[in-house]
Design a protein around this ligand. Structure first.
Ligand SMILES: [Zn+2]
Ligand SMILES: [Zn+2]
Length: 333
């Protein structure tokens, strides 16, 4: 039997490179040779014990690769296709799935969380979670999942033509958010980011205005305020920047603590507060926007590392050094 290498999180705070049997695709599954696999905050949470995962687990849910083999009843995907994967696997047979809310599926599984993921030379996924990316590069394909989440959030915020939008935080997700908001027709996008390198980068990537601190941001100036930090004190200040009747989208993954808003402010300003959890059938949209260059992601990649350097990649992200943006693992290079 053919073997492969994979990065396994054995338990909280412990990972190792292992050799195991290469998986065989079931009848409706696709075997993918992983070419690029993004390290996400969720992977870091799994490593550090802050997220639901079935240990031991091979992490990695933001990846792209080449189809190596297809199961006997697979019809839409062919060997040799370049593909990305929607890692959230819904059952399509529960009350949420039947209401087109697959992100809340009662029998939810996720590649790289509860199922073996993309931090491996090979991974299997059900055919209905696999999407051809055409001639996109694999590095770009690794952004299909995070971009899908961003598209879901931005669509929930119902940005109208010529809205003024502010995005708090300009990491890779903040960057995808402001590009998407521009595609959606916003009149201006302001980005708040204290880190100089990230701020410069946001400016280059097309942000109309950069503020280094919330204290420099004009009050009550934006129809839509989007938090991409998940930092509680930042989230708590969002209502002051929203215009009356405005919308606040809390997009960044927050900690399990309380966030406080002054009830009267929310009332008198008639604010709508939204959250967004993963995505719902946004993969094709994400791929099309990347293919058409409406959204560009290659400049978001700062590091490509081999499998054995997964933990170094995690540390690069955690230490927030200036030149670190998205860190990709390339298991087959
Ligand atoms: Zn992710
Ligand atoms: Zn379901």
């Amino acid at each position: 039997m053919a073997t492969m290498k994979a990065l396994q999180i054995t338990k909280v705070h412990e990972s190792q490179l292992i050799t195991l049997d290469r998986p065989e695709p079931g009848p409706n599954e696709v075997l993918i040779k992983v070419m690029a696999s993004g390290i996400c905050g969720t992977d870091i949470h799994i490593l550090e014990g802050g997220f639901v995962a079935d240990y031991p687990v091979i992490p990695g849910h933001e990846f792209a690769g080449i189809v190596e083999q297809v199961g006997t009843v697979v019809s839409r995907i062919q060997t040799g296709d370049h593909v990305a994967v929607e890692p959230n696997i819904a059952c399509d047979n529960c009350s949420y799935c039947h209401s087109n809310q697959q992100n809340f599926c009662e029998n939810w599984q996720a590649v790289g969380v509860t199922l073996p993921g993309g931090m491996a030379e090979y991974v299997v996924a059900p055919e209905n979670a696999v999407f051809p990316i055409g001639d996109l590069e694999f590095e770009e394909g690794a952004f299909v999942e995070p971009l899908s989440c961003v598209l879901h959030g931005v669509q929930k915020a119902r940005i109208r033509l010529a809205d003024h939008v502010v995005i708090l935080g300009a990491g890779p997700i903040g960057n995808l958010l402001f590009q998407t908001v521009k595609v959606q027709g916003a009149r201006s996008v302001t980005v708040v980011e204290p880190d100089q390198a990230r701020a410069d980068f946001a400016k280059e990537a097309g942000a109309d205005q950069i503020c280094r601190s919330l204290d420099d941001l004009p009050g009550e100036a934006f129809e839509v305020v989007i938090d991409a930090t998940g930092v509680i004190p930042v989230m708590m200040r969002t209502p002051e920047f929203a215009r009356k009747g405005g919308t606040i989208l809390l997009f960044g993954v927050p900690p399990k603590t309380k966030v406080e808003f002054e009830a009267f402010t929310l009332f008198i300003k008639g604010l709508t507060i939204l959250t967004s959890f993963t995505s719902v059938r946004n993969s094709i949209q994400a791929i099309e926007l990347l293919k058409n260059r409406r959204i560009s992601v290659k400049q978001l990649v700062s590091h490509c590392l081999p499998l054995a350097e997964f933990e170094q990649g995690v540390n690069l992200i955690k230490n927030k050094q200036e030149n670190v943006k998205k860190v990709l693992i390339t298991p087959n290079s």
